[in-house]
Ligand binder design. Structure first.
Ligand code: DGJ
Length: 733
């Protein structure tokens, strides 16, 4: 059937000369680029997202190839879609103007690009409403070498009265392609990072959270998007994204009538409309993503490099191995017991002892999770000589001392609750609901910010020598209501935003005064992990679930978004059915710690752990600073293999695990192809973390070329009797 040429096609032909001279803003990293173009109505459209073009002049010709330009009927690709006028798709921005008018029209005004430092640029595009004086700035920060883009928006009220932001996305991408596959994650306590992949169909798919504080409990602000078909580690088009925001988020994936993808990402505006007074500005959270056409592996290595160099706190620094007492004692300990445990840390050879929950509160002692939270003075019965004494005792044994806090929270059974009810997020006239017997403090209130900062500061000033902090956060926000906002006459809907901003203000002060202290981000496990928080934290607690089999999967999926140096992994007794070796090997792929009673270990177990710590210290620089390769997926094989390679390609370490014993899987038949080595170098393969007296086929006598190891591979000889294997691959002269 022949069809009459559509209006858009005619317009396309007629407009070609105009398009060639159209105003185009190009935002490019080393390998990829976004091109935005101003249309005849001064609207800013996304016309390109893909590999960088060789000739920058060519970006101006892209718009001319698109049939949907120039007519509103087909127009879905606005770079920041406002609500209420021509737009019939999901908006990125919705404003009720000072006079109540709900329509916004954004016209291009200007743009500029500055170099912030070598390899980092910032393009800022100014848009303005044609009727009102409200302005929007779109920011695109580009990290050239790792191909990472960071986008956010600033909205400035230029009107004479207050305006209400009803939706305020960070980014509104327009991705043109035939098919898209989304991998999203869900979970809960001890069940973090469970992936689900599906093809995006027509309509809108939404991922969001409304939990407020422990906001990522049921799903993290992170996803993987693949184009054409699901990618592999080595092939395919992959976008990895993260919203750098420790509060509620919302991702919308709308397949429009052209089957292209409108991706709108930002803080969740649910119950969070934000009022801006005349002259005030609102900065959205930052949306961070990387893109690669060389598969998932390349994309995640880009993000790891970026995170270490630019975002994770002290991302290129060192980390401390540790012994934690949580699972060993829970709340049941005293000074004497702790001092004994220090011996265990010294015996293991780890750097630090981390004292977990239960050390504080007197009127309502913290002997369970039902009381005491908020009263941050040492419990006199458990710790008669205070924290300072513990620091000294640990140091005497050659071990540093760290401490657990959860300063954003309060138990109703606490002096803090009794004295400062107005600091607690709660509906004054409604029944209280608790999550883990606790409530959340109102960090929108500057007084509460001072208090939370003060908890940290006082512990450090009163007890010089504390070397580490685990900062926990175990409750979600129920009954959202702020006494402070009420008193200030501000809308209650500011609470979700102002809470996170308040938290970041506290963390900024902490970092100003305590730049050296490693701090673990914990939220009952991975209940609040994102690149907003990680600019203050050196590492995060992946999950309370330390069963090594579950951890293989969790660490696999987290590794798409976060480098190994950031992921705390501990050897515990959570799953005693797994061998100590399996547990230790899995924990050795992250930032290693232990949470066991060392004096209960048999002589052989202790010797094994000591040797594993020594081994870890010998290769941790590879894990922390090198490149990571996921070699064999536990989702596709009965085995999982991970590999880390140092930047000089001289040293590598490979971890392999049996993850299923069904059918013929109890003996690995095929070799695993390594990656990232130098084909011209020769490498000696030796096995590490051997249990005392265990036999190994890798005694160090075998030397292979990098070429061989990457084309043929090596069989780590995982069997039902060798369920986890750690191999060291070292270049020989
Ligand atoms: C939750 C954390 O995930 C645990 O590791 C432990 O610190 C407890 N909180 C203490 O209450």
């Amino acid at each position: 059937m022949t069809r009459a040429p559509r209006l858009s096609v005619l317009l396309l032909v007629l407009c070609l000369p105009i398009c060639l001279t159209a105003q185009v803003v190009t935002i490019a990293s080393d390998d990829y680029a976004i091109a935005l173009q101003v249309d005849a109505l001064k609207r800013l459209e996304t016309v390109y997202f893909g590999p960088r073009l060789a000739d920058p002049a060519d970006y101006a010709a892209i718009g001319g190839q698109l049939g949907y330009r120039g007519t509103n009927e087909d127009f879905f690709n606005h770079a920041y879609t406002p609500a209420g006028t021509w737009n019939v798709a999901e908006p990125a921005l919705e404003i009720a103007h000072a006079d109540g008018n709900p329509s916004t029209e954004l016209s291009y005004v200007s743009h500029q690009t500055q170099t912030l430092e070598e390899g980092v640029s910032l393009t800022t595009i100014e848009l303005m409403d044609s009727l009102y004086q409200t302005r929007v700035r779109l920011h695109y920060k580009v990290y050239s070498a790792p191909n990472v883009f960071e986008q956010w928006a600033t909205i400035r009220n230029g009107e004479s009265g207050p305006i209400m932001l009803k939706k305020y996305a960070s980014a509104n991408l327009y991705l043109r392609n035939e098919r898209f596959f989304l991998t999203q994650y869900h979970g809960s306590w001890a069940e973090e990072m469970q992936p689900e992949t599906h093809e995006l169909t027509a309509g809108t798919k939404v991922l969001d959270t409304k939990l407020g504080t422990r906001s990522h409990l049921y799903g993290p602000p992170t996803f993987r998007l693949e184009f054409d078909q699901p990618a592999t580690e080595e092939t395919g088009k992959v976008l990895l994204a993260n919203l750098a925001w420790s509060g509620n988020f919302r991702f919308e994936f709308e397949r429009d009538r052209h089957e292209n993808l409108r991706l709108i990402a930002g803080a969740n505006a649910f119950a969070a409309e934000y009022q801006l007074q005349a002259g005030e500005s609102f900065e959205t959270p930052h949306f961070i993503y990387t893109y690669s056409e060389q598969g998932r592996g390349a994309a995640s290595r880009q993000l790891h490099r970026w995170a270490r160099q630019y975002r994770l706190y002290d991302g290129e620094g060192e980390r401390l191995t540790l012994l934690n007492n949580w699972e060993a004692t829970y709340f049941d300990f005293d000074e004497e017991k702790l001092v004994e445990l220090f011996d265990g840390a010294a015996e293991l050879g780890v750097d630090l002892f981390l004292l977990d929950d239960g050390w504080f509160a007197n009127k309502y002692p913290r002997n369970s999770d039902g009381a005491g939270l908020g009263d941050w003075t040492e419990n006199r019965e458990k710790l008669p000589h205070g924290l300072g004494y513990l620091v000294k005792e640990a140091n005497k044994k050659g071990v540093q001392f760290g401490i657990w806090i959860e300063p954003e929270m309060v138990n109703p059974k606490s002096e803090l609750y009794e004295n400062h009810l107005d600091w607690v997020i709660r509906q004054p006239d409604r029944r209280e609901f608790y999550y883990r017997n606790q409530l959340v403090l109102d960090l929108s209130n500057p007084e509460v910010q001072d208090y939370v900062y003060g908890v940290f500061d006082r512990i450090f000033t009163e007890n010089p020598g504390i070397a580490y902090v685990k900062w926990d956060c175990n409750a979600v926000i129920y009954n959202a209501f702020s006494d402070y906002l009420d008193r200030e006459g501000r809308p209650q809907t500011h609470l979700y935003t102002d809470y996170v901003r308040g938290l970041y203000r506290v963390l900024e002060r902490v970092r100003e005064k305590y730049p050296e202290v490693p701090i673990m981000l914990c939220s009952g496990g991975g209940g609040r992990v994102d690149y907003g928080a990680l600019q203050y934290f050196t590492e995060f607690w992946v999950s309370d679930n330390t069963a090594p089999l579950d951890r293989v999967y969790m660490q696999w999926d987290y590794s798409y978004f976060y480098p190994a140096i950031a992921m705390c992994a501990h050897v515990t007794n959570w799953d005693r059915t797994a061998s100590l070796k399996y547990r230790t090997d899995v924990a050795s792929m992250g930032k290693l710690g232990f949470d066991i009673e060392v004096d209960e270990l048999s002589e052989a177990d202790l010797a094994f752990c000591q040797q594993a710590v020594r081994n870890y210290k010998s290769y941790s620089d590879i894990l922390w600073k090198g490149e990571m390769y996921r070699l064999q997926s536990p989702y596709e094989h009965p085995y999982a293999s991970f590999q880390f390679v140092d930047p000089a390609q001289a040293r590598s370490v490979m971890f392999s695990y049996l993850v299923s014993r069904r059918f013929e899987t109890s003996y690995a038949v095929e070799p695993v192809r390594l990656q990232g080595l130098d084909p011209a170098k020769r490498y000696r393969v030796t096995e590490l973390n051997l249990y005392p007296d265990a036999h190994t086929p890798f005694d160090g006598s075998a030397v292979y070329s990098g070429d061989f190891l990457m084309k043929v591979g090596i069989n780590p000889a995982v069997t039902a009797w060798r369920q986890s294997v750690v191999l060291q691959i070292e270049a020989v002269e």
